[in-house]
Ligand binder design. Structure first.
Ligand SMILES: [Zn+2]
Length: 79
């Protein structure tokens, strides 16, 4: 199913994702999204796995059932 919505981009590049779209894909306050660009399209996906400390979505490892990024692992090792 394709859902179409038209929105204006503001002066600093922001766009509001409509509430019904956020609810449809289960996006909630402070969730992270992944933005991909393919040709002339922008694909926004809910980031299912994020670092428990900083919410990054890249360089992730699993530790004791939690997801943590490499930068936070380094920070923990330096404490
Ligand atoms: Zn992190």
């Amino acid at each position: 199913m394709i859902y179409t919505s038209f929105k204006k981009i503001d002066e600093v590049g922001r766009v509001v994702l409509p509430k019904d779209i956020r609810e449809k894909i289960g996006l909630r306050l402070n969730d992270m999204i992944k933005i991909d660009v393919k040709n002339d399209s922008i694909i926004i996906t809910k980031a299912e796995h994020t670092c428990v400390f900083c919410s990054k979505i890249s360089g992730l490892k699993s530790f004791m059932g939690k997801t943590i990024c490499e930068d936070c692992i380094k920070s923990l090792n330096n404490t």
